[in-house]
Design a protein around this ligand. Structure first.
Ligand code: ATP
Length: 362
């Protein structure tokens, strides 16, 4: 069992910088947890504390039920993969992968068997006798992953392992990594600022901001129900749309006014408040028409961007901007009237002051 418990973990640099601030997080055995957040939010510092490369100023860290807070890295059941591959240039792929095992004085026959097994897993079998300089960036990163995995750690820590790879390679390697971790069933923590990576890889995502974890949930739950304006804007491309609106109630019914346009709000999506709100809606949850539709919001197109599988349209609702994704064949030009129908069940509400989500109570 290699579950991980972080209890009020804190790291303060100098006197001012609370890089990690009282973080509480439980990661289940075999779970793939992604730490996601913008640059400087404390992800790497938190991971380094789990690895033992940094010691917390407060709080405790437990791995597999054991308190490891004060243990040095080599006494923790972890292996780490960094952004810079950090492979030894003067060693062959095989010797790079086996380095840790040799340090542990593992018998030679075992080393050979495990290196071959892991090289197969990361598809490096044909390259074992090459030197890192004779490999592509993606292959070098696979060596780094293999070197960590071969140690059979209870916990695998990865800090932006794909960020030095080009776009196409990232895409391929991401899927490979997902398959690999699923096969290994090792508890994994993965740091990234790339929301697509987080959505694609994680069993759960912990979204961080300014040293704190602000939401922990399954990827699509974070995407669909962000706890505040920041999360909805950080996750998703394009980010969630936010429009100023006003909830009006009349007996058993409710509607939201966006400018002069009224949209009915179904009971399951109804917030307990009335008055001004920030209305959140994802670009793919707005249906667009180039002809007038009863009850739809009339807007004007501003920019039309073909993305291949979809068309990204930016439109103005009064003075408010909204982005929507349509079928790529939708024949629309800039500066045309367009009628928009947000899916009422997908409307999300945020407090205009705190920017926190207002969750319907049903
Ligand atoms: P990035 O994605 O850019 O790597 P991050 O989310 O991993 O960012 P951290 O590297 O954990 O962020 O840094 C968190 C905060 O702590 C930042 O404000 C950073 O400047 C500060 N910090 C990190 N390491 C140190 C250090 N050794 N000394 C002083 N401040 C530090």
């Amino acid at each position: 069992m290699a579950d991980i418990h972080l209890d009020a973990v804190t790291k303060i640099f100098g006197k001012q910088v609370r890089a990690v601030d009282r973080v509480e997080l439980t990661i289940a055995d075999q779970e793939f947890m992604v730490l996601l957040g913008p640059s400087g939010c404390g992800k790497t510092t938190l991971m380094r504390m789990i690895a033992g490369l940094e010691y917390p100023d407060g709080g405790r860290i437990r791995i597999g039920g054991r308190d490891v807070t004060d243990l040095p890295p080599r006494k923790r059941p972890i292996a780490m993969v960094f952004q810079s591959y950090a492979v030894f240039p003067h060693l062959t792929v095989a010797d790079n992968i086996s380095f840790g095992l040799r340090m542990r004085h593992t018998p030679k026959a075992d080393i050979r068997r495990r290196v071959e097994e892991v090289a197969g897993l990361v598809q490096l079998g044909p390259y074992l006798e090459r030197f890192p300089a004779q490999l592509s960036g993606g292959q070098r990163q696979r060596v780094a992953v293999a070197r960590a995995v071969v140690m059979e750690p209870d916990v695998l820590l990865m800090d932006e392992p794909l960020s030095n790879l080009d776009a196409l390679l990232r895409l391929t390697f991401r899927a490979e990594l997902k398959r690999l971790v699923a096969e290994l069933k090792t508890t994994t923590i993965y740091v990234t600022h790339d929301q697509v990576e987080a959505l694609s890889l994680g069993d759960r995502i912990a979204v961080m901001r300014e040293g704190r974890i602000i939401q922990v949930d399954a990827p699509m739950a974070v995407y669909d129900r962000p706890v505040n304006e920041f999360v909805g804007g950080f996750i998703g491309n394009p980010p969630m749309n936010y429009l100023r609106g006003r909830i009006e109630r009349d007996g058993g019914t409710a509607r939201v006014m966006i400018g002069e346009h009224a949209l009915p709000v179904p009971p399951e999506a109804r917030p307990d408040t009335a008055g001004d709100v920030l209305v959140g809606i994802r670009a793919e949850h707005v249906t667009a028409s180039d002809r007038a539709v009863a009850g739809a919001i009339e807007a004007r197109t501003e920019v039309v961007e073909p993305l291949g599988p979809q068309l990204l349209v930016t439109a103005l609702v009064g003075d408010q901007r909204i982005k929507l994704l349509t079928h790529p064949d939708f024949a629309i030009q800039p500066d045309q009237p367009i009628w928009l129908q947000p899916d009422p069940g997908k409307l999300r509400w945020f407090d205009t002051g705190t920017r926190e989500a207002i969750v319907p109570s049903v």
